[in-house]
Design a binder for this molecule. Sequence first.
Ligand SMILES: NC(=O)c1ccc[n+]([C@@H]2O[C@H](COP(=O)([O-])OP(=O)(O)OC[C@H]3O[C@@H](n4cnc5c(N)ncnc54)[C@H](OP(=O)(O)O)[C@@H]3O)[C@@H](O)[C@H]2O)c1
Length: 263
Amino acid sequence: MDLRLNDKTAFVSGSTRGIGFAIARALLGEGAAVVINGRSDTGVEDALRRLRTEFPDARVSGLVADFGDPAQVQNLLGALDEVDILVNNVGLFGLARFEDISDDEWRRYFDVNVMSGVRLSRHVLGGMIARNWGRVIFVGSESGVNIPADMLHYGATKAAMLALGNGLAKLTRGTDVTVNTILGGPTYSDGVADTVTQIAQAQAVAPEETKAAIIGANRTTLLQRFIEPVEIAQLALYLASPLSSATNGAAVRADGGVLTAMV
Ligand SMILES: NC(=O)c1ccc[n+]([C@@H]2O[C@H](COP(=O)([O-])OP(=O)(O)OC[C@H]3O[C@@H](n4cnc5c(N)ncnc54)[C@H](OP(=O)(O)O)[C@@H]3O)[C@@H](O)[C@H]2O)c1
């Protein structure tokens, strides 16, 4: 199937590894031009090297910025040319007791997980509407619908992201621009793999054992395994494609069946 992405340019926030990298890689595989992002020169350069090795003809470049720092975001926006596809992927996550989450940590979560999408969308949406074509995709989470008690800050920001995506879609009325959110489920990204390894080391067990225990403790997953980043990327590809033209303002699941509600 031709996803008709080879004349498009995309920016993917937080894409040196994990789900963002998988999305950047998938878009390059479809012939799109892609701008990746991460917090450090070395992280971005390493990701660019891996992508250029796999796709020698790729039109791929990188912009370094920490979405927790508004000044760095401002610099990134100044360097970001017109894009057809914006993937708001960057996001922090981590277990924390509600009592232990400081105001600064709440602000950091909102800056990285929500304001990144606000700032980037504000920068590109007007141009997409003026050109009458564009795609804004938020990489959200089932945790934004079913808020985890041990990750309230994460769940609250993912709920805000869902609201933002739905609201922004209303600004696209009558155009060929769409704004949609992916509700991802437990995905074995690099960040999650790091966490699993840390837990396994602390418990002196093998990472595979910890990985199986986490999925075993998830009472609703139909998939019964972690999702692979490429499985999220495949849905992102569809939402980025002109083929998804009738899907707008939606929350589309790639959650492995974790959410139990019918709609
Ligand atoms: N993994 C899951 O189970 C899961 C489930 C549902 C939704 N999601 C969502 O998917 C998205 C990606 O998660 P992931 O699991 O793929 O994460 P990950 O493996 O930890 O990768 C995070 C990426 O974001 C970059 N990054 C982190 N903080 C950044 C910042 N402040 N500014 C700019 N870049 C930053 C990292 O690059 P550098 O380290 O090079 O800076 C890296 O490329 C998040 O929004 C997350 O909420 C994940």
